[in-house]
Design a protein. Structure first.
Length: 84
C-alpha cells in the first residue's frame, strides 16, 4: 500500500485519508473539514498562483494550502500522485 501526502495528489486523482500529522487547532480544523481516516478525497485543481489547491471531500469543495495538505497522509489512489 502506497502512502503519500495530500499535497502530492494530482488533479483528477483520488485517495483515502490515512492519518493527520498535525496537532492542536490545525488538526481539529482538518477533522472538522472531513479529513477522517478512510474518507475519500479527490484533488480538483491548483489556483493560478499554485497555492492553495482545491479538493473534493464529503460532498464539499475546500481549498487548502500546500503546507497544510502536506500534513495529511493518504493511501491508495494509484496513478498520478507525485507528478504535478
Amino acid at each position: 500500500m502506497d502512502i503519500f501526502t495530500l499535497d502530492k495528489l494530482c488533479p483528477g486523482d483520488s485517495a483515502h485519508v490515512k492519518n493527520i500529522n498535525a496537532a492542536g487547532t490545525l488538526k481539529r480544523r482538518l477533522f472538522d473539514l472531513g479529513f477522517i481516516n478512510g474518507t475519500l478525497v479527490k484533488a480538483l485543481r491548483k489556483s493560478p498562483g499554485g497555492d492553495p489547491h482545491a479538493y473534493f471531500i464529503r460532498g464539499t469543495v475546500i481549498a487548502l494550502r500546500q503546507e497544510d495538505a502536506a500534513k495529511i497522509e493518504l493511501f491508495g489512489g494509484g496513478e498520478g500522485y507525485g507528478a504535478h
